[in-house]
Design a protein around this ligand. Structure first.
Ligand SMILES: NC(=O)c1ccc[n+]([C@@H]2O[C@H](COP(=O)([O-])OP(=O)(O)OC[C@H]3O[C@@H](n4cnc5c(N)ncnc54)[C@H](O)[C@@H]3O)[C@@H](O)[C@H]2O)c1
Length: 453
């Protein structure tokens, strides 16, 4: 579970060897600690002519305590480069992005951030505008691969519908996403396209406790990513209901006690699990604001060697049980307006994986669940999103044979595996009341893995 190579390259001897032999050089990533500033240095803003977001963006950043750099200054290093590309309406105008980023390619500080804002191609007025806006993806994903030293690059498509409120400075729809992407919370998220728009977002009284007053259910909370999730969500102010199978009861109790949450021992695949869970949540809390479907299993075999039990168990735990639970919680109106459903998928569900037909099917199904539920639940003010982790350092990945494990770890832009806390912070952002305008997204937490890219 520890990446000994990454620790070694951060030593003096390691650094020398890496340089001499041209070995992979995993940078130390900037991770979030409460009270941290959003960025390690000033932000440089740029905008294409006619953009609609530059002004609200500058206002938001200043309010968040980010220092805005003087565009005329030379020789500066930046914590972030942000570019409002919403004014780009034709491919010839993409040159404005080259003009902004080209001189700054070496000016981004370690673990710095690159963020481009665009208009969703589907909302564009002309095919030319849609084409140019779609082109932004290629630029951002390539910057994620080029700039290095723990920096990340993302594209945020902001719905036109949010334009007037953003301009008036009355909407927080974009703010939660900006704060997440700029901060150390998004350490292992890179090369992503996030869509923001619609929905109701409310700013927290304290951005260091963005989940204050929220009741959150985390399944599979006894260990790994689920245990990290319980901790992060409680740190951010949530009351956490931690659920896992009875056999994991001791570990589950330890997690729940540690964070002042409650423990529910329940096998999610039991026929009465949805109703028992609904009754528990109704009687203890009267509602559940955020449901995080994290519990998951693998039962690997190539398809020809896989018995039906392995298939059934994986589909049932990873996908069907989520559907049954959603149905009952929604039917009983236990998830209120402003509620969140967040599922854990996997890059295996995007790229497929040898020996994991069952797992990849279940995890692709989770993406289907998000796609299909998000539009209908938007009407009820409930957002639905998924995260798709790549290689995360847990017991699950520690079981992978050494050579395959080492390859999996390094085959991404950050040249290292992620930590459970990286997945937890990403789920945390999607759970915030301030993220009500983020729905129907699948966000990979994979360091920009080459798999499924
Ligand atoms: N570790 C990774 O690299 C990685 C990568 C991609 C996706 N994921 C996904 O992230 C999630 C968490 O993974 P992890 O690595 O922490 O795994 P893990 O095996 O450490 O933890 C999973 C937890 O789910 C619980 N669980 C399993 N079946 C259950 C059931 N029927 N009812 C209730 N609880 C049940 C387990 O007891 C366990 O505590 C899973 O959905 C996994 O597929 C992990």
């Amino acid at each position: 579970m520890t990446d000994r190579y990454a620790s070694f390259v951060q030593s003096a001897a390691g650094r020398a060897l890496v340089k001499r032999l041209g070995l992979p050089d995993p940078p130390r990533l900037r991770r979030h600690h409460p009270g941290d500033p959003l960025l390690p240095g000033p932000a440089l803003l740029g905008a294409a002519t006619g953009g609609r977001l530059a002004e609200p963006l500058a206002k938001m950043l200043t309010a968040a305590g980010v220092e805005l750099a003087d565009p005329a200054a030379t020789g500066q290093r930046y914590g972030a480069l942000l570019f409002d590309a919403t004014g780009v309406t034709d491919s010839t105008e993409l040159r404005q992005l080259y003009d902004f980023f080209h001189p700054q390619a070496r000016a981004v500080l370690p673990s710095g951030r690159v963020i481009v804002l665009g208009t969703p191609p589907r909302e564009c007025a002309t095919p030319r505008e849609a084409t140019a806006q779609r082109a932004l993806e290629g630029l951002v994903r390539s910057i994620g691969k080029e700039f290095g030293r723990g920096s990340t690059a993302q594209l945020v498509y902001v719905s036109r519908a949010d334009g007037p409120t953003l301009a008036a400075g009355t909407a927080t729809s974009l703010e939660s996403t900006l704060r997440f992407l700029l901060s150390g919370r998004s350490a292992y998220v890179s090369g992503q396209v996030v869509r923001v728009g619609g929905g109701t977002a409310s700013a927290p009284a304290d951005w260091d406790r963005p989940l204050d007053g929220q009741v959150v259910l985390v399944t599979g909370a006894a260990r790994g990513i689920g245990a990290a999730l319980a901790k992060v969500l409680a740190r951010d102010g949530a009351t956490v209901v931690a659920l896992d199978i009875p056999a994991a009861g001791d570990a589950l109790a330890a997690v729940a006690n540690d964070i002042g949450g409650t423990a529910v021992q329940l096998d999610l695949t039991a026929p009465d699990a949805p109703t028992r869970l609904a009754e528990h949540l109704a009687s203890r809390h009267g509602r559940v604001d955020v449901v995080v479907h994290n519990a998951g299993i693998t039962r690997d075999k190539t398809l020809g060697r896989m018995d039906a039990d392995r298939w059934d168990q994986v589909i049932d735990v990873n996908l069907s049980s989520q559907e049954r639970i959603n149905d009952v919680l929604l039917e009983r109106e236990l998830i209120p307006t402003g509620g969140r459903i967040i599922s854990v998928s996997s890059i295996a569900g995007i790229a497929g994986n040898r020996g994991q037909t069952n797992y990849a099917t279940s995890k692709a199904g989770v993406i289907g669940l998000v796609d299909s539920l998000a539009p209908t639940l938007r009407e009820r003010g409930i957002s639905v999103n998924a995260v798709a982790p790549g290689f995360i350092e847990t017991r699950l990945t520690a079981r992978i044979p050494l050579v395959v494990r080492e390859a999996g770890r390094r085959m991404n832009s950050l040249a290292q595996g992620g930590l459970p806390v990286d997945v937890a912070e990403t789920i945390g952002w999607l759970a915030w009341p301030a993220s009500g305008a983020v729905s129907g997204n699948v966000v990979r937490v994979c360091g920009q893995s080459l798999l499924g890219a």
